[in-house]
Unconditional design. Structure first.
Length: 331
């Protein structure tokens, strides 16, 4: 199957997070035609399998994720690009990695593998499972949209839920109640004025209030309010957690639901580099070897209704992945 056809076939499978089963089985069936020495479908969660394949002893493993953010929309293409959910994040990368392996096999090479994971877009479920089942690899090439530049580092991720409790009352008599929304807004205001850490390579730590909800009716003092935040870390989370706890003290309950540290990554001579602000599965794959990060496509269109990847960038990714694998096998 041609690179572009394989990309579209993958995009046309709805694998929004939690629903990766069909995509995983499609990839596994395709890989069986390449006669790997080892092929495994392993449930990281019920009906959500990771896919692993190896040719020889997998010193170098190419890895990315099968899940996408919602909403699903199918593929289309023109002369220049392939569009659709996951086209650049990260099904085009899945296709490029598979075609890389096909090319390496025709050259008679071995000792590499593929690892395709579930759940990266939410909580790295697949990566956490895989980290408890390593295959002895020395190097990990992770695929995310970096515009085919080798990333020097990527920011971490701290996902937070804030819960405020109040007391209901008639809004005409606010002194009889206690507004949970007022508490939550005060806490969010304090968080917004935290001076976040800065890293010389990764830049500033940033924060986003992604969801907010609360209350029952305009004429009822709200007894409950909730917000979800995502903070992009430039180190570990110790200082950030302390600052958030202090800002929220006496106002809201704080729950830390995901904590992935920032990482500094490997470089290779002759490859152009970049720094990315998004988070990857790499912090959850520490048992899979020294990490590198590169992939086709731009993060600026990932997670949007304009998601696409340039065909020439997919082709270039195959060349770059092949080059990197060959370089690492010589180390």
């Amino acid at each position: 199957m041609h690179l572009f056809e394989l990309t579209r076939r993958l995009v046309d499978i709805d694998s929004t997070t939690g629903h990766e089963n069909e995509a995983a089985h499609f990839v596994a069936d395709y890989l069986r035609t390449l006669a790997p020495d080892a092929l495994a479908l392993e449930n990281a969660a019920p009906d959500r399998p990771n896919v692993f394949a190896a040719w020889g002893q997998p010193r170098v493993v190419l890895s990315t994720h099968l899940d996408t953010v919602p909403p699903f929309f199918p593929s289309s293409e023109d002369e220049i690009t392939i569009q659709g959910r996951g086209s650049c994040d990260a099904k085009g990368i899945v296709a490029a990695m598979i075609k890389t392996v096909e090319g390496l096999r025709t050259e008679g090479l071995s000792d590499f593998g593929l690892l395709f994971l579930v759940g990266e877009e939410r909580d790295s479920t697949g990566a956490q499972y895989a980290n408890h089942h390593p295959r002895g690899s020395e190097f990990l090439i992770n695929g995310e949209p970096t515009e085919n530049l080798l990333a020097l580092g990527s920011k971490g991720c701290l996902r937070i839920v804030l819960e405020a409790q109040g007391r209901m009352a008639h809004s005409a008599y606010p002194h009889l109640g206690e507004s949970a929304i007022d508490k939550l807004v005060t806490a969010l205001h304090r968080i917004a004025h935290i001076e976040w850490p800065h890293d010389a390579i990764l830049g500033p730590c940033t924060s986003n209030v992604g969801t907010i909800a609360g209350g029952r009716a305009p004429n009822v003092i709200p007894d409950h309010a909730r917000a979800e935040l995502l903070i992009r870390l430039v180190s570990d989370s110790v200082w950030v957690r302390r600052a958030v706890d202090e800002a929220c003290a006496g106002l809201v309950e704080v729950e830390y639901v995901l904590d992935l540290p920032a990482v500094h990554l490997g470089t290779l001579e002759g490859l152009d580099t970049t720094v990315v602000s998004f988070t990857t599965d790499i912090p959850s794959l520490t048992a899979w070897g020294k990490p590198y990060l590169l992939g086709p496509g731009s993060i600026s269109v990932a997670h949007t209704d304009r998601e696409h990847v340039a065909k020439r960038d997919l082709e270039r990714a195959v060349e770059l992945y092949s080059q990197i694998v060959k370089t690492l096998l010589l180390l």
